[in-house]
Design a protein. Structure first.
Length: 371
């Protein structure tokens, strides 16, 4: 679809048998926009709602790219040009960034829809630092290497080896907006929780490491279906009505029913870990932690989520300064002045650090589906 007006900085055109086609090249990102900036660029229209103001109808928008999202408005009389606006489309937005209530928003003069084939999806889909495939392999190798029970190894291998589960895990975000909110975020969070649980199990030998690691690997499995893996990262109907804690257990039940060598007590304990990992009823836990392993999983999950949120909030904050207000934590966060890391003492290599590429041997997995 053609541009509303000439826009040489946004697109260039090529002649085809079907006519002129426009190739959109994104140059301005949400995180870079400041009040007063004039903008003409491609964004993803995540939300569009028609409202009514004193001077006429207006459109309330939410536009986004891989760096974040921002609100937008189309005020009257321009709003009258758009009888219908559908979310979930790419649009070329022409307008100006302004400051309202300490938040930058876009005042839109005009917009034009763009076909998905005309944009570079890498400009819109935030990704984990490591490729999701590599995170998945690292998770599988950690479980293969660290779980002593062949029965638990076989169970984990069969779950991870399921094509539908793997496809869902690879692109799932870890949350809608608070932490790990990007493709591969769920795997990144899961791997970190497994590593934390592994280290704690070395400090406390009383723990059932095998059951703990299996539960850590799948504690958030339901998030692969609770949240959409597309650009909008919104809750699915299942996510709103059932929730990821219960959804994950429903997905795992068929594997548990066919698991060989796991006792009823093993399976019951595993289910308790999944159902209690949110800690308290008010945080969405159907059950509160009642075993040592359940406490470890809950605290490891909470630790990684909190530290990732803190890391993201302080990512661009200079030492000695404060972050903007972090709504999910109900506080500002401080970036301390840390000493340089010049300790001459040798540091031991992390026991959870892995080397890629990885190979899988017959250590309890030879008869399992390939990873």
């Amino acid at each position: 679809m053609g541009c509303v007006r000439p826009c040489p900085d946004v697109c260039f055109s090529t002649q085809s048998q079907k006519g002129w086609q426009y190739v959109k090249k994104k140059t301005r990102f949400v995180s870079e926009l400041k009040s007063g900036d004039a903008v003409q660029d491609v964004f993803y229209l995540a939300e569009a709602r028609l409202g009514q103001a004193k001077n006429g109808p207006f459109w309330s928008l939410r536009i986004m790219d891989k760096t974040g999202e921002m609100p937008g408005r189309i005020w009257s009389p321009q709003s009258g040009q758009y009888r219908e606006l559908q979310s979930g489309l790419f649009v070329v937005v022409s307008g100006k960034a302004t400051n309202f209530n300490d938040q930058v928003q876009m005042i839109v003069d005009s917009l034009e829809t763009v076909d998905e084939s005309e944009v570079d999806m890498a400009d819109f889909l935030a990704m984990s630092d490591l490729p999701p495939e590599e995170l998945w392999v690292r998770l599988a190798e950690l479980l293969r290497r660290e779980i002593g029970s062949k029965s638990w190894r076989r169970f984990c291998a069969r779950v991870l080896g399921d094509d539908e589960i793997k496809a869902a895990l690879l692109w799932a975000p870890g949350a809608k907006s608070i932490h790990h909110a990007y493709a591969g975020g769920l795997l990144e969070h899961t791997l970190a929780v497994c590593q934390i649980c592994l280290e704690i199990s070395r400090l406390y030998p009383i723990l059932d490491r095998d059951c703990l690691l299996a539960a850590a690997a799948f504690h958030d499995l339901g998030k692969a279906w609770e949240l959409s893996s597309g650009l909008s990262r919104d809750y699915t109907n299942q996510g709103r009505l059932v929730g990821h804690v219960v959804m994950g257990l429903l997905v795992l039940n068929p594997f548990l029913e066919k698991a060989k060598g796991l006792s009823e007590d093993d399976i019951l304990h595993f289910k308790h870990l999944l159902l209690s990992h949110h800690g308290e009823y008010e945080f969405g836990a159907p059950r509160r932690p009642k075993t040592a392993e359940a406490w470890v999983l809950h605290l490891a999950d909470n630790m990684d989520a909190k530290l990732k949120t803190t890391e993201e909030a302080l990512n661009e904050v200079e030492p000695g300064h404060w972050s903007p207000y972090v709504r999910s934590m109900n506080r500002f966060l401080f970036q301390p002045v840390r000493p340089p890391k010049d300790d001459p003492r040798p540091r031991s290599k992390s026991t959870t650090q892995l080397t890629i590429p990885l190979s899988f041997n017959e250590d309890g997995l030879a008869d399992e589906p390939p990873f």
